[in-house]
Design a protein around this ligand. Sequence first.
Ligand code: NAD
Ligand code: ZN
Ligand code: ZN
Length: 360
Amino acid sequence: MAQETQNHTLSVSGWAAYDSSGEIKPYTFKRRENGVNDVTIEVLYCGICHTDLHYAKNEWGITMYPVVPGHEITGVVIKVGCNAGKFKIGDRVGVGCLAASCLKCEFCADSQENYCDQMQFTYNGIFWDGSITYGGYSNVIVADYRYVVRIPENLPMDSVAPLLCAGITVFSPLKDNGMLGSPGKKMGVVGLGGLGHVAVKFGKAFGHHVTVLSTSPSKETEAKGRLGADDFIVSTNSQQMQAGKRSLDFILDTVSAQHSLGPILELLKVDGTLVTVGAPDQPLELPSFPLIFGKRSVKGSMTGGMRDTQEMMDLCGKHNITCDVEVIAPDTINEAMDRLAKNDVRYRFVIDIAGRISNI
Ligand SMILES: NC(=O)c1ccc[n+]([C@@H]2O[C@H](COP(=O)([O-])OP(=O)(O)OC[C@H]3O[C@@H](n4cnc5c(N)ncnc54)[C@H](O)[C@@H]3O)[C@@H](O)[C@H]2O)c1
Ligand SMILES: [Zn+2]
Ligand SMILES: [Zn+2]
C-alpha cells in the first residue's frame, strides 16, 4: 500500500475529489521536499482534462481518494536540485502526465517513457517512495526534472497549459503515423473537445486537409472559421457519412464516450489508419467488416514521451500555436467539470491556480 514517507514535509494547498460524486473541495496535503533530481514549481495554471473527470468520478474504477487531479500544469521554477541544473529558478516550465519511469528500459532509452511498464502518472500514481502522486490542482508541485519541459517565451502560460496533455496526446500519434513533415494528407478528427481542437490546429499547421466529425452541427461554423478546418461532417447525418466514404488517410478519434468505430472506419481509404486516444469506460464497438473490406488499422496511443513533448512545445512556439481556453477561478472548478461532462466547453477550461484573474 502507498504510504507517506518522512521527507514529505512540504505543505501544499490544493483541490481534491473525495469520493465518486466527483465534487472538488479544498485539500491541504504534503509533498516531498525537493530532492537532488527535482525541481519545485509554483503552479500558475492547470488545464482540466476529461481524464480528470474520469478520475474524479472513479469512472475507470481505479481512483485512490482523495485525488488531486491535473496534468496540464504550467508554472515557474522556485527550487532546483543539484542534478537538475538544466533548469534554474524563474524558468517557465510545464509538467504533463508523467511523474516517473524506470529510466533503463528500451522505451525509456528511446524517450518513450510513456510506454515504460514502471511509468507513474502525475496524479493517482505511486511514486518510488511509496507515496501517492498529487496533480496540478495545487499551488506547488515537486517534479523530477526529467519529466519537465520548457515553455517557449512567446507563449502565454494559460493557453499553453493544455498542450501538456491534450497537445502531446494528439501530436504523438500524428508524428508516429507519418503526419508530420509530409503535408497534403486527408485527416479526420472525431470529437471537437480539448484534444480534438488541438488536433485540428496541428493538422492545419502540418499542411493537411482536415475534416472534423462531430455529433454537434452547431460546431461547424467555429470549426471552420476559428480553428481552420476544411470540412465538417455531422456523424449522425447518414447522407454526409455516405458522401465521405473512403476519403480520409488518417483519423484521430478523441471521443470520451462509448461509440461504434464502424461508421467512422468507412471514411478511411483502403489501408487507412484510425488512432483512438479517447478513453471511454465502456468498450468501443469494432465491427470487422469495415476493417477487413478496407484493410484498415485501428491503433491506440497514450500521451507522449518527453522528447516529443519538448519538440511539440518548440513547434508551437515557432508557429504560435496555443489552445482556445476559458480561464476559471479555482472556486468554480465544479461548475467547469459539470459543463465538461455536458460537452459545454470551447475548448479547454484552465484553472488560474495562482489567482491572477482575480487581480484584474
Ligand atoms: N490517450 C491518452 O493519452 C489520453 C490523453 C488525454 C485524454 N484522453 C481521453 O480522451 C478523451 C477526450 O478527452 P478531452 O479532454 O478532449 O475531452 P473533451 O470532453 O474536451 O472532448 C470530448 C469530445 O467528445 C465528444 N463526445 C462526447 N460524447 C460523444 C459521443 N457519444 N459521440 C460523439 N462525440 C462525443 C464531445 O462533444 C467532445 O467534443 C477522454 O476520454 C480522455 O480521458 C486520453
Ligand atoms: Zn489529460
Ligand atoms: Zn522504463
